[in-house]
Design a protein around this ligand. Structure first.
Ligand SMILES: C[S@@+](CC[C@H](N)C(=O)[O-])C[C@H]1O[C@@H](n2cnc3c(N)ncnc32)[C@H](O)[C@@H]1O
Length: 286
């Protein structure tokens, strides 16, 4: 995939070959081109590296990265080039009765295990059009909705225009763009199987959680790849025990994991599980 990052005065900071070396040192970057006339840096890379990681490297080297931030009805948008968005064609038709029902079932299952209350700040990772996050919004103090798909976020933003949720913040970016550690609960429905850099993502989610914070994942159990017949995804569902090992490698304890739903798609059945993990509490002082 390709990112074109606009900077202020590309030639003013360091020599091009130095910044080339610096960015190329990030795992997953395979080509860097600095355009001194357009003040643009074009980076070809795999999903191992995110916009934020590249921007951070540029800033460490004295570049001022132009991040277009838009504040509109408490909606924040970190501008990213429209790259490889597999949800671009699906976004407008996403909210089918089946998807709405799926979100409601996940929310119902979360309620069986978690007490959402007005003191909490929660984050919906891979929020899509907000089917889950907007059901939780009225129950908590703040909701952060994050997704890399600009098209899905556009649909979500159009819903917010009508509803005007003051406690909702939308971020069109990778989770790595969220750098506070003030979240009580992160939840995520059907997004994790799209994530290639799963360990790094879970590690970052652990960081944004407060001590004792909770992660809730709703996703597919292992399937034979037929759930996404037209595209390949990072994971054909998950083996719950292997996923638990990844999560437990990240200062979290999996407290519950079980199958809560079965979806019918193209006359086949697919099981969905819910997994709940808790971040360790800060070590108590003796
Ligand atoms: C199957 S959809 C689920 C959307 C929503 N959670 C729902 O249940 O309706 C998966 C979502 O994950 C998002 N996604 C994929 N990779 C992502 C990443 N690295 N960071 C954040 N979101 C991502 C996609 O853009 C998409 O909106």
């Amino acid at each position: 995939m390709r990112q074109v990052i606009k900077v202020e005065k590309a030639q003013c900071c360091v020599f091009n070959n130095q910044i080339n070396r610096e960015i190329a040192s990030l795992n997953g970057v395979y080509s860097v081109n600095v355009d001194n006339y357009k003040n643009e840096i074009t980076i070809d890379h795999t999903t191992e590296v995110s916009f934020e990681m590249i921007a951070q490297k540029l800033e460490e080297n004295g570049y001022k990265v132009k991040r277009e931030v838009e504040n509109l009805n408490s909606t924040e948008k970190i501008e990213q080039p429209e790259i490889n968005d597999p949800f671009a064609v699906k976004a407008k038709e996403w909210d089918t009765p089946m998807k709405v029902k799926m979100a409601e079932k996940f929310v119902y299952e979360m309620h069986q295990n978690i007490n959402f209350s007005k003191e909490l700040k929660v984050l919906d990772f891979g929020c899509g059009t907000g089917l889950v996050g907007l059901l939780i919004a009225p129950l908590v103090k703040n909701v952060v909705l994050m997704d890399t798909s600009t098209s899905m976020i556009e649909v979500l933003k159009s819903k917010l225009e009508n509803v005007k949720k003051e406690n909702v913040k939308v971020i069109n970016s990778e989770v790595f763009a969220y750098t506070q550690n003030d979240i009580d609960i992160v939840f995520s429905l059907m997004a994790m199987h799209h994530i290639e850099n799963l360990t790094e993502t879970i590690d970052h989610i652990t960081k944004v959680l407060k001590p004792g914070g909770i992660l809730v994942i709703g996703d597919l159990k292992e399937e034979d790849g037929t759930f996404h017949p037209e595209e390949s995804v990072a994971h054909n569902g998950f083996n719950i025990s292997q996923l638990s090992d990844i999560i437990e490698g990240s200062d979290m304890e999996v407290t519950k994991a079980y199958v809560y739903n079965t979806i019918m798609k193209n006359e086949k059945e697919y099981e969905q599980f819910i997994l709940i993990a808790q971040k360790a509490n800060e070590p108590t002082e003796e």
